[in-house]
Every structure is written in C-alpha cells, then in structure tokens.
Design a protein around this ligand. Structure first.
Ligand code: SF4
Length: 313
C-alpha cells in the first residue's frame, strides 16, 4: 500500500483509515513541532502530487478487505499538507460515492483562503484545521509558514470556510510550553477562535519527537490554563494519551513500519498493541529485534520516554 494506512486507533476519530495524498514533507509550513522533520523546501503549487486513480484503487481494495464496522472514519491526512493535492476534492467525492463511512480531512488550513480549496473540502464530513496562535508574530514563530502566507490569510480562510461548510469544523490547537500556554497568548487565541465559531476545539500536545528539540509539552498548569480559557469557545476536547492497535497478527512488523512512516510511536503503546494480539514476551522481543534488523526503525529517548522512529528520522 502506498497511500493507505491503518486503520489506526484515534481518540477523536475512532478507528481511522488514513489516506495520504502527498509525498513526505510536501508542505506550506515548517512547524517547530512537526513530527516528520524539517520542511526541505516550501511548496505552494497545487498539483496532482500522487496519481488520483491509483489512490482510489488502493482505497477501494482496502475497504473491500474490511467488514462493516471496522472503520469509523476515512481520514485524509498527509505526511505534508493534503490540500496541496489539486484533486483532493475529487478524491473525497469518489470516496463518498463508494462508502457511507464519513470522511475527515486533517489540514493546516493555510490554503483555505483559496475558494477552490474551500470547495474541495466542502465534500468532507469533518475538517480539522490547525490554529495555534492569536497573532501574526506567534503564528510565524510556531508554524514558520511560507513567506507569502500571512496570519490574515489563515484567519480569513477559516472564517470563510466556516460560513460555507455544513460539516463539522474541529480546530486543533497544539499547546507548546512557553509559546502559546501563557494567559495572554491563550486569551488572544480565544478571541480569534470566537470569530471563527468552530464546532469544537481539540487540544493536542507535542508528545511525539518534534523537529525542534526545545519544543515541549506544557506543565499541568499550562494545560489547565488552556482548558479554562478556551472552554468558553466551543466544545473542548482535551488531550489524552493516544493508543494504537495492530490488526495483523501474522505481520506486525510491516504494520508497525507503515505507521512509523507517518509518525513515531511510544515504545509503551507498541508493547500494549502487541500484547493485545496475544503475543508472548518472546514473540514481542522478536518483533522488536526484527524492527531493528529491518534497518527501517530505531529507538530513541525524548524527555525520558522511549520512542520508535523511522531510521532516517
Ligand atoms: S506539522 Fe503538518 S503543517 Fe506543520 S510542517 Fe509538519 S506536515 Fe506541515
């Protein structure tokens, strides 16, 4: 599979089948917290980065392999910015035509100022854009956008999309210690969020290894401050430990590698998932040895927590 991964277990989207329409780190931003490394060169051009027909063929094949009820959401989530794909609207429509499973798009929202991008995402059932800052300076510090993408573009795009979109607009806020967890930064963010009127605000934390090693999770006070200040805007979905499930007892190594291609995983969550497959301690040890000897994965430690990452991460 080149473009489809999972289903992976997600607290917000249940069993979520991932669709990745964009080559790695093809992005309009270079976020300090990105778990995929630095953006090598910014992209603004919208084009058919991966073949639409092939992606849809893979998706159909994957859906045919699953029973009804196995998948809660089909989620377009790039290892870059999915709205850079010029045919994302067609992909969403064709997905909706082949299944009744709802479709979500996780996007940084930077291109929503373009009417054609808003139109393309209007076919989805839920759209999850990012907003971490209530002013231009902080936006540039955290998301480091392409120089032509201003804060005004981002906010105007989000507001226009809210007016046109009938599905769920769930805005993701990445909380970073010392950047957007102060009372002042959070109040400014709350004021902007109020003008957008999302259906929900999802607080998320940089709990996976970030591009910049100084990025860290706010302390308990910072998280509680964010919960307190942002809870008046919309339904607030709080951060929690993610958990991950494996589905193929015969080939867990391949399944794990396909997830590591998208994001690092905590050693503890991998252990839990392997135990759920009824693997013995010896079997689990073998999976870790196989992962290491594959040359495609390695273990690292961040803030005292063990993670597995892609070898070239
Ligand atoms: S976190 Fe998302 S939006 Fe930010 S640089 Fe990484 S892929 Fe792009």
């Amino acid at each position: 599979m080149n473009y489809i991964f999972g289903p992976v277990s997600s607290r917000r989207l249940g069993q979520s089948l991932g669709v990745d329409p964009i080559p790695a780190k093809t992005c309009t931003w270079n976020c300090v917290y990105c778990q995929l490394g630095k953006t090598p060169s910014y992209k603004l051009e919208r084009k058919e980065y991966v073949p639409t027909d092939e992606l849809i063929k893979e998706l159909k094949h994957t859906l045919d392999l699953h029973k009804p009820g196995d998948i809660d959401w089909i989620t377009f989530v790039g290892s870059g910015e999915p709205t850079l794909h010029s045919k994302i609207g067609e992909m969403i429509s064709r997905t909706k035509a082949m299944t009744s499973i709802p479709v979500a798009v996780i996007t940084n929202g930077s291109l929503l100022y373009m009417p054609e991008v808003r139109k393309a995402l209007s076919f989805a059932d839920a759209v999850l854009p990012t907003l971490n800052a209530g002013n231009e300076t902080l936006y540039k510090k955290i998301n480091r956008p392409h120089t032509s993408l201003t804060f005004q573009h981002l906010i105007e795009g989000l507001k226009a999309f809210r007016k046109e979109f009938n599905g769920k607009l769930w805005i993701e806020v990445m909380l970073i210690k010392g950047m957007n967890d102060s009372a002042e930064a959070l109040r400014e963010l709350a004021a902007v969020l109020k003008t957008i009127q999302p259906d929900a605000v999802h607080l998320i934390l940089p709990s996976r290894p970030p591009t910049e090693s100084w990025v860290s999770v706010p302390d308990q006070d910072g998280i509680m401050r964010a919960q307190a200040i942002l809870s008046g805007i919309a339904e607030l979905v709080n951060p929690s430990e993610s958990h991950f499930e494996l589905h193929d007892p015969k080939n867990p190594v391949q399944e794990i590698l396909s997830v590591l291609n998208r994001h690092p995983m905590m050693h503890s969550e991998m252990m839990q998932a392997l135990k759920k497959l009824d693997k013995s301690n010896d079997d689990i040890e073998h999976v870790f040895l196989d992962l290491e000897s594959s040359g495609q994965a390695r273990q690292i430690e961040q803030h005292g927590v063990k993670f597995w990452v892609k070898s070239n991460h």
